[in-house]
Design a protein around this ligand. Structure first.
Ligand code: ADP
Length: 548
């Protein structure tokens, strides 16, 4: 920004002084140098003439003045762009000649009139390169010697030195001006190069950014917009964002209907220095909405100063739509399954009450049907939970070791048939305020996994540790273990590790997702640690008073 600022100033300076390289530049020289010169000359000559001048010089003075004025006027209509650059030097030469004639005519009365030549000399040296400088220097020398020429023979060395003072001074000024002009030109060229390079880079960057389907924007600290690409402008337009408040009237929360107030929208948050990763915004009129995943990051300069905020937005409508369809589908399917299942359970109970299964020799069958119906009930409950994960806790004071013991007893038959030993480690008595059935579900899922993924003859160990404000329950197994890259996904819905799928171990990939939801609802956390081939430990940490 600083560089840009400096360059603009420099560019302005160059535009004021230089620029003889272009037709417009040459016209600028007429405006800024030739016309003022003609005006100054007019004023000076008026002063001289009102003071009275020898009759015989008058025609020369007026003639030269008229010549300068005519050439200046003509210069306005000359199509400079059609002539070579050096043509402009003629203008300087005309001025030089006119001032020479005027000096020769007026010098006997006003010797200092020669100073008027400084103006055309400066124009020539500054704007017309070496040729201009030579014309300027030659002009002033000729002028100096013109009135003296006739009397040169009588001039003493002292007179000659006096005559030389002005042309030498003009020469020095002209040469210095010429160097200054060259330097300015060089700087101008460098500036143009830098400007071109940065312009090119900007063009490349903007083309790339505009062809992305990801939106990007940079907003400065003063809330002015640095840049936005096409995709981001689409978001701004759809949201109905107002330039001033930078808040949209059509920005909604994930539920698609609750409007997000202006102060909670992305721009306002970033302006307050609150940055975020991957937040969902539903944008647009209901029925024609797009869901964006937006990230806002601070933009910090190398010296550590924050200069604004960068936004990145991605259209995730398809993804969120398909997730919604999936959840709706799950909800419908699980409800549709539950109704006939309830009927089956009811009739099973009637059958068990009404007939003597033992006598009929079908007790085994009835048991199998019962077991499978129970399993189906659990799976459907899991699906229902996934379709609507909102949980309402009903907490009571729970004896935690007793709860764990019940869960262990429940899993025991399954563990035994898999030759896995489940033990509860020695512990102190602990009570906590929890939702007991939900926590039983958590322990049931963790223990089922520990047994299911255990090696034969392995041990599953349950430990309880309590601190003054939380309890920690760890379920450790000696099973297959989970690879690092899979470990971070095990709590995702429907996620199953490759080895579980390969080994055709039954499961839906919902158990751990439900565990996490329930633990979260209690205000706790669940973490997994694992080493492939050694075993896994799932640790649940819960506050002693859930929900407090
Ligand atoms: P699933 O119904 O497949 O068991 P979960 O959500 O309970 O679903 O677990 C997700 C995945 O995590 C499982 O498919 C399995 O690959 C892995 N996993 C869970 N617990 C263990 C464990 N104790 N040991 C090894 N892998 C496990």
């Amino acid at each position: 920004v600083k560089l840009h600022h400096r360059s603009v100033l420099l560019g302005d300076a160059l535009r004021v002084f230089g620029g003889q390289r272009t037709p417009q530049g040459r016209r600028r020289i007429i405006n800024r140098a030739q016309t003022p010169f003609a005006v100054i000359l007019t004023v000076m000559l008026t002063l001289v003439l009102t003071d009275g001048t020898p009759e015989n010089s008058l025609s020369w003075i007026v003639g030269s003045w008229a010549f300068v004025v005519a050439v200046t006027a003509a210069a306005y209509v000359v199509p400079w762009e059609r002539h070579p650059e050096a043509t402009g030097v003629i203008l300087g030469a005309v001025d030089m000649t006119a001032t020479a004639v005027i000096t020769a005519a007026v010098a006997p009365l006003y010797p200092t009139i020669v100073a008027i030549q400084l103006l055309p000399a400066l124009i020539l040296a500054f704007s017309f390169g070496v040729v201009g400088t030579v014309v300027a220097v030659a002009g002033t020398f000729l002028t100096a010697f013109l009135p003296a020429a006739s009397e040169l023979a009588r001039n003493t060395p002292h007179d000659i030195v006096e005559i030389l003072i002005v042309p030498v001074m003009v020469t020095i000024v002209a040469v210095v001006t010429q160097f200054a002009s060259r330097m300015l030109l060089r700087v101008q060229r460098e500036y143009e190069n830098v400007a071109r390079v940065s312009e090119n880079e900007q063009a490349v960057t903007m083309t790339v950014l505009n062809s992305l389907d990801v939106g990007t924007a940079f907003v400065r600290l003063d809330s002015s917009v640095g840049f936005t690409n096409t995709a981001f402008r689409a978001l701004v337009e759809r949201a109905g964002m107002d330039d001033e408040t930078q808040a949209g009237t059509r920005v909604f929360a994930e539920d698609r209907v609750t409007p997000i107030p202006p102060e909670d929208q992305m721009m306002a948050q970033a302006a307050r220095g609150e940055f975020f990763d991957s937040r969902l915004y539903v944008v647009g009129e209901p029925g024609n909405q797009i869901t964006y995943l937006v990230t806002a990051r601070p933009v910090v300069r190398a010296d550590g100063e924050r200069i604004g905020a960068a936004f990145v937005s991605k259209d995730v409508t398809e993804l969120t739509d398909s997730l919604r369809v999936r959840d709706e589908f799950l909800s419908v399917v699980s409800h549709e399954l539950r109704t006939p299942l309830t009927s089956i359970v009811g009739y099973l109970e009637i059958i068990e009450d009404d007939i003597d299964a033992e006598a009929l020799g079908i007790a085994g069958y009835i048991d199998t049907v019962n077991r499978n119906v129970q399993q189906l009930q659990v799976r459907i409950a899991d699906l229902l939970h996934v379709a609507d994960p909102s949980l309402e806790l009903h907490t009571t004071l729970v004896d935690v070791p007793a709860l764990l013991q019940t869960s262990i007893d429940d899993i025991r038959p399954r563990a035994t048939s898999a030759s896995v030993d489940v033990v509860l480690a020695p512990h102190e008595p602990v009570t906590a305020v929890l939702d007991e059935p939900r926590m039983q579900q958590v322990m049931g899922n963790l223990l089922t996994n520990a047994v299911k993924y255990s090696r034969p003859d392995g041990e599953v160990r349950v430990e309880i540790a309590a601190t003054p404000d939380q309890i920690e329950i760890a379920v450790a197994d000696e099973g297959t273990g989970i690879a690092d890259h899979e470990l971070k996904h095990v709590f995702d819905r429907f996620y199953r590790t490759e080895s579980a799928r390969d080994a055709v171990i039954q499961g839906t990939g919902l158990g751990l997702a439900i565990v996490r939801d329930i633990v979260d609802a209690h205000g706790g956390e669940v973490v997994a640690e694992s080493t492939v081939g050694v075993g896994s430990t799932f640790t649940v940490r819960l506050p002693l008073h859930a929900g407090v």
